[in-house]
Design a protein around this ligand. Structure first.
Ligand code: IP8
Length: 251
């Protein structure tokens, strides 16, 4: 295959890929091991971000916390963060088991939102890890939010923030769906503008990055680097430089 040494990938592993979404705090061990094996084949710079799945989301829901509704209760914030740290450790361990030099980065300890909800995320520790040959592994988390206490920071938002900061050459969003689907459940090969898929995705609030596929597509169109949305069985192909699923790139 082609050499990936000069590439920098940001890969999101969806929460529903690495966990059993319906069973509280249960890892999908086999799916995670498969993903770790696929990522281990890559020899360039790699940043991994994972979502919440059955770890973060039910805690956030129980405490009424979303990306814009926060909690001022430290115990509630810690319940959300603690579950995500637990999942993160399992993901990091699975990657290290495949000899990926993975290290954890916990967004709650570094990021913040202003009163408009705009995210600020320091990245010197992340680029520093990449320069030293490590693979930073971030996760959806809680984030301190001016005037709100702690709100949810989604993995999708992290991907959009990180890609330009690390000079990503490609972004991969590994999800349980094989890509963006058209009206007939066929995968759309390429999206160059939101208008092309507005009919099938419906309108979405541009600021709501956890709001399903429409929000994802909008955010990924802004990136300036090609992004691909694909299912777990296509992670190998993505890593190898192929274009599985839906490619999202402004023309
Ligand atoms: O699954 C959300 O991350 P996502 C994480 O990427 C929490 O939306 C804390 C619910």
């Amino acid at each position: 295959g082609r050499s990936s040494e000069n590439e920098t990938l940001v890969v999101k592993l969806g929460g529903s890929v690495v966990t059993e979404k319906t069973e509280r705090e249960t890892v999908d061990v086999d799916a995670l091991a498969d993903a770790a094996r696929a990522l281990a084949a890559f020899d360039g710079s790699l940043v991994v971000v994972h979502g919440g799945g059955s770890f973060g989301h039910h805690h956030a829901a129980e405490h009424g916390v979303s990306t814009d509704e926060g909690t001022g209760n430290a115990g509630d914030a810690l319940a959300i963060h603690g579950a995500m740290v637990e999942l993160n450790r399992v993901v990091v361990d699975a990657l290290q088991d495949e000899d990926v030099p993975a290290l954890p980065v916990h967004p709650l300890s570094a990021a913040s939102r202003d009163s408009d909800g705009d995210l600020s995320l320091p990245t010197a520790q992340i680029t520093g890890m990449l320069d030293e040959g490590f693979v930073p592994v971030l996760h959806g988390d809680g984030v301190v939010h001016a005037g709100e206490g702690v709100t949810v920071l989604s993995g999708d938002e992290l991907v959009v923030e990180l890609a330009p900061a690390v000079g990503a050459t490609r972004v991969g969003v590994c999800s349980t769906v094989p890509g963006v689907l058209d009206g007939e459940d066929a995968v759309v090969d390429r999206i160059g503008s939101f208008d092309e898929v507005a009919d099938v995705l419906g309108a979405s609030d541009a600021t709501d990055v956890t709001g399903g596929m429409a929000g994802k597509v909008r955010a990924l169109l802004e990136l300036g680097v090609p992004a691909q949305i694909f299912a777990p069985d296509a992670l190998d192909a993505f890593v190898a430089g192929e274009s599985p699923g839906t490619t999202i790139e402004t023309r």
